[in-house]
Write a protein that binds this ligand. Sequence first.
Ligand code: SAM
Ligand code: 2KA
Ligand code: SF4
Ligand code: MG
Length: 242
Amino acid sequence: MSKFPVLEIFGPTIQGEGMVVGRKTMFVRTAGCDYSCAWCDSAFTWDGSAKDEIERLTADEIVNRLLETGGRHFDHVTISGGNPALLAKLDELIEPLHARGIEVALETQGSRWQDWFPEIDDLTISPKPPSSKMNTNWQVLDDIIERLLERGRLANVSLKVVVFNDEDLTYAERVHERYPDVPFFLQVGNDDLEEDAPPALASHLLDQYEWLIDQVVASEKLNHVRVLPQVHALVWGNKRGV
Ligand SMILES: C[S@@+](CC[C@H](N)C(=O)[O-])C[C@H]1O[C@@H](n2cnc3c(N)ncnc32)[C@H](O)[C@@H]1O
Ligand SMILES: Nc1nc2[nH]cc(C(=O)O)c2c(=O)[nH]1
Ligand code: SF4
Ligand SMILES: [Mg+2]
């Protein structure tokens, strides 16, 4: 049995982002990332600041922890990170969750393929725009999208680009033009990760949301798209574990 580096298991809460926004879900957050985005809201997964909190758990232990924490109050688990696509054996966790009738969602940036991607019920791929300071490997992303389309997973996949500025918006247009058949989401960037008063953050993020809606409305390249804020950030601010 493989061991997985886990930083948080929490919920039930709602999925605050993207293709299944609002869905009641538990979260499993893995440690470690191959990126280091300038604005990462979960930098503790990779910057060493929470290294003492990382637990190495088997899939059975994660399932037990989910059941202890969530009881009978969930039928959906979202795996995020860090980049959970660094974990080659994650099918060992996906399989027993499915066996219990629990749906599995996963958040990743599209920098690595894993053979278990087609098993994920709600797969969010979130390539990173220029403001992140990361570079997209288009060959890798093309390959991931192609493999998912070949396997008929269109209904289970989405692309989600976080937008902070005009350059990011141009990047979002480029991603949507390259993969026009993949459901496409634009997400408000949270540029105030230090604010600890939820109402102040919510007010700021709603202004950013209005700006992003205006930009998308004005774009001829962004028509078959959805624009969303991070609902959990509006409700709970920058709090961890919600
Ligand atoms: C923390 S990441 C973990 C999963 C994976 N590494 C990824 O980036 O897709 C989860 C989601 O949060 C988004 N995110 C991270 N920091 C953000 C921020 N400051 N504002 C808005 N979204 C953010 C990412 O783009 C990603 O879609
Ligand atoms: N409620 C809630 N929704 C989320 N959607 C994506 C999250 C993430 O950090 O990956 C996240 C999170 O941390 N909390
Ligand atoms: S890829 Fe995701 S977890 Fe990694 S640094 Fe970027 S936002 Fe954070
Ligand atoms: Mg988050």
